[in-house]
Design a protein around this ligand. Sequence first.
Ligand SMILES: NC(=O)c1ccc[n+]([C@@H]2O[C@H](COP(=O)([O-])OP(=O)(O)OC[C@H]3O[C@@H](n4cnc5c(N)ncnc54)[C@H](O)[C@@H]3O)[C@@H](O)[C@H]2O)c1
Length: 348
Amino acid sequence: MSIVIVAGGAGYIGSHAIRELQNAGFEPVVLDNLVYGHRKIVENVLGVPLVIGQVGDKQLLQKLLSGEHSSTRGKDIKGIMHFAAYTYVGESVINPAKYYKNNLAETITLLEALLDDSKKRNSKPIPIVFSSTCATYGMPLETEIPIIETTLQNPITPYGRSKLMIEKILIDYHKAYNLPVSILRYFNAAGADINGDIGEDHNPETHLIPLVLEALFNEEGSIRVNGSDYPTFDGTCIRDYVHVSDLAKAHVLALNKILNDKSLSIYNLGNGKGYSIMEVIDTAKRVTGKEIKIFKSERRQGDPPVLISSPEKAKRELLWKTEFPDLESIIKTAWNWYVFNQNMKPKK
Ligand SMILES: NC(=O)c1ccc[n+]([C@@H]2O[C@H](COP(=O)([O-])OP(=O)(O)OC[C@H]3O[C@@H](n4cnc5c(N)ncnc54)[C@H](O)[C@@H]3O)[C@@H](O)[C@H]2O)c1
């Protein structure tokens, strides 16, 4: 079997990618510091080896890549999927150093280990699939919607900038060292695996869908809508929600592509459709059959009114098909997981 190292695999999107890698016949090995990841999901639910450590621990990376580590001994390492990052946009504005150190500096060390390994083996570096984000586009103009891969990238937060800087480094490394690279820019990941045993469990949670579901689950729950005077049809922000398992499938397709052609490729991953915050809340109410109180408050600084992807390039080149193209089916899977996960939590 061929190993894929999944950095940040104990997190939300990484854990879904592990399931798709398993379905495709790869053998995932997770590297995660567990600052935000879930050990039980990796070890008990997905049943894959977990190496607890930093992406920026060069010695550990060297051991993993050279097969000196017990989890990779005697096995062929095919690729790396790099999900590991801190992802709280607001925190990155208050504490940018944390984001540049963890997301950027640690990735540079990971790449150093990859290049050293390639030198030692005297062959091309191991391919890498990198988690980027629509936050690298910053505040696109109305005329730039839907966003294509060549739309100007002008991130407005340290989080977005840390991701864009890594993109640029990966492009340079591809040119200079033949590093096979796929950069995937996700829009809003949402939903949960159809089996309902893995899903979104960030702590703290800042994403809209899980927050709305939490409010719907708890009696007397409420949700705050930040800004209702945006230039959109109902005044609330519009986002492009993409199912996490669809994202995960795109990762396997992207990995297979660079395994074959050793290229550099960049894809937007979204559904190409936008839903307003109020539409998300209404759909969640319909799916769950429950009600919540809604409080409207001021706009949050730096929230673009509309972010919608054009996923056409990924569809064309990777033959990527989304199984969950509409919001309702995405929210149904998220609710299924939310209820399961709440019931699994120890009662206080
Ligand atoms: N969730 C989204 O909607 C979304 C959208 C665009 C991009 N992304 C990107 O996708 C990736 C995964 O996002 P997620 O929502 O699954 O986040 P997550 O927090 O659930 O997962 C990230 C994982 O990486 C681990 N990690 C962080 N820094 C690490 C380090 N230095 N070394 C080892 N492990 C480390 C965390 O413990 C966690 O398990 C991130 O890179 C994020 O920037 C996410």
